[in-house]
Design a protein around this ligand. Structure first.
Ligand code: GUN
Length: 304
């Protein structure tokens, strides 16, 4: 196995965050503009708390003012919508992220619908999904693109250059990853297949892929013999599995949706878990916040 097969998302994200820092410094100098990101967390889900803390830290390091809004697990939908309304009307806040999942008494779609599309740095609002689907990617009313697929596309273009004409298989059809990923790859002139757990001959469909994006949430589902030799494999999965040792029978470890050890022997390029897609998602959230801040102030956003 040669190391140059590995797409180092951590290093890529660090470089991107540094570019974002340079751009925020320039925005402050030229326009007195400091991009602001509001992160809202309802309840105490431990994984969400870690994500939210990491997002806040990364924002501050990139010259973005992050404000944290922690709400009790018993918060009502109306209370959350009132906070979103306040943030929509706060000119120092350019990006709003409500961490999902939200508690059962709150309809996530009602919350996403309430976020001003221009401040929807997750790109989940139907206005933004519609703009992405119709290819409205430039100008003041362009789509905000969901962070995870945006990061995947950046890594693919960095590794492969022009993606046009390539066969791309997106494994998974979620609104957060699969569907927007397919839209981005379609725009990049790939021939795109959206596959999922019900797809017939799934392994064979995957073997046709020059680009395989795995986002199904099933640990190590994609095996080496599902991969076309030389293909680029992007593993979006983050799954915790048992990995007991004699010293620590409760030990666990993080794995992706791809069986890395068999896949790396066949693939031409592959993202590891951890250290692949995850760090890029946060970096893209920061990039989206800068993009949103520029658009809200009539400034052409930088190209990231
Ligand atoms: N929960 C898990 N991933 C995400 C994400 O990308 N955005 C939000 N808002 N919540 C999440």
């Amino acid at each position: 196995m040669s190391n140059d097969k590995i797409i180092d998302g951590k290093a890529f994200a660090e470089a991107l965050r540094e570019r974002i820092g340079t751009e925020t410094a320039a925005l402050k100098d030229a326009h007195g503009l400091v991009p602001g990101l509001a992160v809202v967390l309802v309840g105490e889900d431990p994984a969400s708390q870690v994500y939210v803390r990491n997002k806040g830290k990364a924002a501050a390091a990139a010259g973005i003012t992050a404000s944290d809004h922690r709400l009790d697990a018993s918060t009502t939908q109306d209370e959350l919508l009132a906070l979103v309304d306040k943030l929509n009307n706060d000119p120092t806040v350019h990006g709003i992220l409500v961490q999902l999942p939200v508690p059962d008494q709150i309809d996530p779609n009602a919350v996403i619908d309430a976020i001003a599309p221009a401040k929807d740095v997750d790109g989940f609002h139907v206005i933004n999904t519609g703009r992405l689907a119709t290819g409205q990617m430039d100008g003041p009313d362009a789509a905000m693109v969901p962070c995870t697929p945006l990061g995947c596309k950046m890594m693919l273009e960095d590794r492969l250059g022009d993606l046009s004409g390539l066969n791309a298989v997106v494994l998974g059809r979620s609104n957060i990853v699969g569907k927007p990923m397919a839209a981005l790859l379609t725009q990049a002139s790939c021939t795109v297949t959206i596959a999922h757990s019900r797809t017939k001959n799934l392994a064979e469909v995957c073997r046709g892929a020059d680009i395989l994006v795995a986002a199904v949430g099933r640990p190590q589902m994609v095996q080496g013999d599902w991969i076309k030799p030389g293909a680029a494999v992007i593993d979006v999965g983050i799954n915790r599995i048992d990995a007991p040792t004699t010293e620590d029978p409760d030990k666990t470890r993080l794995v992706g949706d791809v069986d890395f050890d068999s896949a790396v022997e066949v693939a031409g390029a592959i993202t590891p878990v951890p250290g692949g897609v995850g760090p890029m998602t946060i970096a893209c959230l920061l990039a989206n916040t800068v993009t949103a801040a520029c658009r809200q102030n009539g400034i052409t956003p930088p190209k990231f």
